[in-house]
Design a protein around this ligand. Structure first.
Ligand SMILES: *Cc1c(COP(=O)(O)O)cnc(C)c1O
Length: 383
């Protein structure tokens, strides 16, 4: 059987967990947490990184840091995971959904400006499948209307935006805040896990406080103050050092993991291109302002019925592809208090996108089975 995803260990995960346990300190902000944070700060020139227990938590922290209140509107793509919206709903914000681009599931940047009102406080972008949104345009709009930008970079580790002058910057380093995930379905994993990237120094201190239950405990441990106490709102957003120990072992094998994933992605791309060229399916196209971190490989079927048939055909040989988000404008929760609006592109991706099995330990032979099953489905004869 070929599952959609499978968690994996690749190096010193268990050894480092043992080391953390033996060190006598497995609560948050231990040695491994610091090592992971430094790794990302150095590799991607992120000004400040804080590990969190999930990307969801990092988004919630970003919403608090953005001072979102019930007076505010936040622009969010309709085609995304619930956490992208929930983090801001928890602060009382009104969510204004934006449609996807016609070319890929990312937010249609040309539709953002029409959604801005005097109440708009922030734009949230999602780099779907690790492929950059057009950040130059997003930042231009944000600057013009004085809005905050939060990058939901859950899927976007090791992916870049290429500016029109040719310079590259890591996704997560462009908006005011970015949230990454190390959930077991992402490229680099720790089971559950995430991080918040803070790109503006003026938020550094408050971010630490919010993450530590609203206390200035982090400054206390650095010896900057002689006692700590309750100074702000907050929650417990920091992970155990056991989680960070697992994560750090993965970071030591970062290139091995990424090289393997790129190989898998390229094989899907080259093998399935024939079906695309014959007009059967859509496959991802990387815009010239983006790089590919091989987070996901999806195909776009002709319609929902065809996708169901393909899923059935694949399941009958024990291959388990999965579709993705129900466009959030169609969710039960949203429709309880909002009118139904159609988002044509987002709904197209809801109905027609199918994600193929993609994980570090996927073998060449397994991948060939996936590919030949799809080709057989479309060509209905052996190839
Ligand atoms: C995975 C994912 C999340 C949630 O990440 P967690 O670490 O599970 O909280 C949020 N947004 C997007 C776009 C995701 O893909």
């Amino acid at each position: 059987m070929i599952p959609f995803n499978k968690s994996f260990i690749i190096g010193n995960e268990l050894l480092y967990i043992e080391e953390a346990v033996k060190s006598g300190k497995i609560s948050g902000d231990g040695i491994f947490t610091k090592k992971c944070q430094s790794f990302f700060q150095e590799k991607y020139q992120f000004p400040k990184v804080l590990l969190t227990t999930s990307c969801t938590d990092a988004l919630e922290m970003a919403a608090i840091l953005s001072n979102i209140t019930s007076e505010d509107e936040v622009i969010v793509p309709a085609f995304t995971f619930v956490s992208t919206a929930n983090a801001f709903v928890l602060r009382g914000a009104k969510i204004i959904f934006a449609d996807s681009s016609i070319k890929n599931p990312n937010i249609d940047v040309d539709k953002i400006e029409n959604l801005i009102t005097s109440k708009t406080k922030a734009i949230v972008v999602v780099h779907y499948a690790g492929i950059a949104c057009d950040m130059e345009k997003v930042m231009e709009i944000a600057k013009k209307y004085n809005l905050l930008v939060i990058e939901d970079a859950a899927q976007a580790i090791d992916s870049y935006y290429v500016f029109s002058d040719g310079t590259k910057r890591a996704l997560g380093s462009i908006g005011h805040f970015a949230a990454f995930s190390f959930h077991e379905t992402k490229n680099i994993i720790s089971g559950e896990g995430g991080m918040l990237v803070i790109n503006d120094q003026k938020y550094f201190d408050r971010a630490e406080i919010i993450r530590e239950k609203g206390t200035n405990r982090s400054a206390f441990f650095r010896g900057e103050i002689d006692k700590y106490g309750w100074v702000d709102i907050g929650s417990s957003f920091l992970p155990s050092d056991i989680i960070a120990a697992f994560l750090f072992a993965q970071l030591e094998k970062f290139d091995v993991i990424q090289n393997k994933r790129i190989t898998i992605w390229n094989k899907y791309f080259h093998e399935l291109k024939e079906l695309k060229d014959k007009g059967f399916i859509g496959i991802p196209q990387i815009p010239k302002y983006a790089t590919n971190n091989a987070h996901m490989f999806y195909i776009i079927c002709k319609d929902e019925a065809e996708r169901s048939n393909l899923i059935d055909a694949m399941k009958s040989v024990e291959i388990y592809p999965v579709f993705h988000y129900t466009s959030l404008n169609k969710s039960q929760f949203y429709l309880e208090t909002n009118e139904s609006i159609d988002y044509i592109n987002a709904e197209k991706f809801s109905d027609r996108l199918l994600r193929l099995p993609f994980f570090y330990e996927l073998t060449n032979q397994e991948q060939e089975q996936v590919i030949s099953t799809i080709k057989y489905f479309y060509f209905k004869s052996r190839i």
